[in-house]
Design a binder for this molecule. Structure first.
Ligand code: ATP
Ligand code: MG
Length: 331
């Protein structure tokens, strides 16, 4: 038995996490959930959206499944997501984007992974204002760049990927992105069997729209990685499908790429696949590979039935019909 921290989160978070809990129960997954609340609903009681018990639980269990968490704008709280990544040093954000066979989308041949540096860049949150001038400090360190570089190539090799594309804007940000590229290049030279190329982020955005099948593993500093992974999610049918893993040396948090989706909260139409696919990554991380494959197959079978799918996928169904269909393929 594994004990895994479960954070339902805000917005559609409780709806989609409950689908994962139900599906895992049907599959007899050997996981006991350690349920901890974070986000908007605990602010009043604890004075923060991220009480210490959340960090303590993840440190103890080392693995967490997390719903999206809203950070109230302008109330002085730092983003819970960013704080968790920083405090637990979850330096790599792994975001696989793969076309689902049978789902009618703009492309049917996408199979790429965005590896996003997860602890620095513009997300350090160092901002200040002097009179009418506002500044943000973009921090890139050799240490974090080396770590993401090694993570990327090790991942590429272990997962039989053929090519790594480093994304940057070093023509403008010569020192910061220059340092990032230096780290990636050095590690690339240690993996001669993996093809290596570099693309400037604006060009990369166009290339991804034109020829997504040309890309395999993409490594990028924090903000470019964030933007490109939403773009890539759009290629395969939207944010309702895109999973993510935040990985560090001592812990890992699995979550959907999307946010709390306040526009569809409590309407019963949130797509649970993004978080379910994150939970597949969690199963693989715990080496429960057979269960992971089983759930993957059930999702693949489900998306072929447009009737049961949520509206974001062009379906007429809802979260309930989707869950039931997935469960029907698990028996
Ligand atoms: P955050 O600031 O929390 O990241 P955001 O403003 O980036 O939020 P998201 O919550 O990611 O926005 O949502 C962007 C759009 O995608 C919204 O229209 C939302 O309804 C849609 N969306 C996100 N997740 C899902 C989902 N699981 N199923 C269906 N639609 C979704
Ligand atoms: Mg977002």
């Amino acid at each position: 038995m594994y004990t895994v921290t479960l954070i339902p989160g805000d917005g559609i978070g409780p709806e989609i996490t409950s689908v994962v809990v139900d599906v895992f129960e049907h599959m007899n997954v050997p996981i006991i959930w350690d349920l901890v609340e974070a986000g908007e609903k605990v602010i009043e009681k604890y004075g923060t959206p991220l009480p210490d018990y959340v960090i303590d639980s993840i440190r103890k269990n080392k693995v967490a499944l997390k719903g999206p968490i809203t950070t109230p704008i302008g109330k002085g709280f730092r983003s819970v997501n960013v704080t968790l990544r920083e405090r637990l040093n979850l330096y790599a954000n792994l975001r696989p984007i793969k076309s689902l066979v049978g789902l009618n989308t703009k492309y049917d041949n996408v199979d790429l992974v965005v590896v996003r540096e997860n602890t620095e860049g513009l997300y350090k949150g160092i901002e200040y204002k002097i009179d009418d001038t506002a500044c943000a400090v973009r921090v890139i360190t050799k240490n974090a760049s080396d770590k993401i570089a090694y993570f990327t190539f090790k991942y590429a090799k272990e997962n039989k990927r053929k090519k790594v594309t480093a994304v940057h804007k070093a023509n403008i940000l010569k020192i910061t992105d220059g340092l990032f590229l230096e780290s990636i290049r050095k590690v690339a030279s240690e993996y001669p069997e993996i093809e290596y190329e570099e693309k400037i982020v604006d060009n990369m955005s166009m290339q991804l729209v034109l020829n997504p099948e040309k890309y395999d593993v993409i490594v990028a500093p924090n903000l470019y990685g964030d933007i490109l992974s939403d773009l890539a999610a759009g290629l395969i049918g939207g944010l309702g499908l895109a999973p993510a893993a935040n990985i560090g040396e001592d812990a890992a948090i699995f979550e959907a790429v999307h946010g709390s989706a306040p526009d569809i909260t409590n309407k019963g139409i949130a797509n649970p696949i993004a978080l379910l696919s994150s939970s597949i990554m969690l199963l693989d991380y715990l080496k429960l590979n057979k269960l992971a494959k089983k759930l993957e197959n059930a999702i693949s079978a489900t998306v072929k039935d447009i009737q049961v799918l949520t509206p974001d996928l062009g379906g007429k169904g809802n979260i309930e019909s989707m869950k039931n269909k997935i469960i029907s393929f698990l028996s």
